[in-house]
Design a protein around this ligand. Sequence first.
Ligand code: FAD
Length: 404
Amino acid sequence: PASIVIVGAGHAGGTAAIELRRLGYAGALVLVGDEVHPPYQRPPLSKAFLGGAVEPQALSLKPAAFYAEHAIERVVASVASIDRAARRVLLDDGRSIAYETLILATGARARQLDVPGAELDGVFHLRGIDDAQRLRAALRPGLRLAVVGGGYVGLEVAAAARGLGLEVCVIEREPRLLARVASPAIGDFYATAHRARGVEVRTGTRVTAFAGSHAVTGVVLADGSEIACDAVLVGVGAMALDTLARAAGLECENGIVVDADARTRDSHVYAIGDATWRPLPLYDGRHARLESVSNALEQARRAAHGILGLPLPAHEVPWFWSEQFDLRLQIAGLAFDCDTTVLRGAPADGKFAVFHLRGDRVLAAEAVNVPLDFLAAKQFIAAGTAIDPAKLADPAIKAKDSAR
Ligand code: FAD
């Protein structure tokens, strides 16, 4: 029988395996991953997990026994190379596994900061459960944590650490927080929110080194000054793990190039999740690398349907969320070439949404503690609804009722 091999047992790879069985695939199914944990959710790692209340097993997509029960063979090993001509993957322990269809789900890795002292004890990165356990052990009340990078992971860890009673300083190279991933209004809102809760936020500030002889004792800035600290979290983004695909001659940009149905140009190879460079059918086919659970799920489902020759589900609106303190941000869509911004509600109230429009169409929305506005935005984006910006800006009118 046809056999399917999935490389990378993370959120996307694990979901693809579960979905293939759910859809009735009865052939051989092998899930190869280099982490010992069964597939798990990463979002809590920078949030509730750091508080200590969540145990690693609680993050699993399915209990460990599920895989054997559903004849999903889990192989804990690193894939060293892919032989596309022979249709085999080669493991670093010398074994090889044949496939009829291969799904690459290798995800991304935390970007390192290439500065002196980056190897010191107490300098942490955060991608997996093991990283999170090391970081959590270092977050003790009264200690000083420096967070390098004012993106989602950095800010979520800053909020969690502050909640645990640490002194926290966030250092961001760009002039504002969330510069790559949110609008200025949202970046400014989170800077104010963090400062109000006692986090020191320094934007436009570049790190040139970490000080310390064995363990880190400070962060050295471009102006020569130093911020004293007991631990550092480096949260400066993630890079697609597309090296296997590149070495196998598959086309890669900022990630493995796939079509809207998660296929590569090799009809035997699919790719899904953070590792992919994908088209956005709801955005004139523009391309992006999306680092989100919603993207991992969508691509895993499309790949599973496509492999089994089943009708494909409808395209989904990309979405994302972040939790910092008591502020839940939900983002729908992507703000490509927008010409109008509509603010709904007041940031000072801690409940508001920023809608991004091109003409009278909503392309994206960022909602803080207003889930109904987020849901309305998702529906507008999916349906291409024409909007009346005046109605949308009026909190007395429900967001979903602001169609023209
Ligand atoms: P991963 O989950 O990273 O899985 C890839 C797996 O492949 C890993 O286990 C890796 O070790 C393995 N692998 C790689 N190379 C090989 C190889 N050669 N051989 C074998 N195995 C290999 N998204 C949201 O939508 N909301 C959030 O709030 C959010 N918070 C996050 C917080 C943190 C701290 C992190 C790290 C991510 C967060 N994300 C969030 C992003 C989300 O977790 C990812 O988009 C999602 O995990 C992507 O799934 P994936 O399967 O593509 O990659």
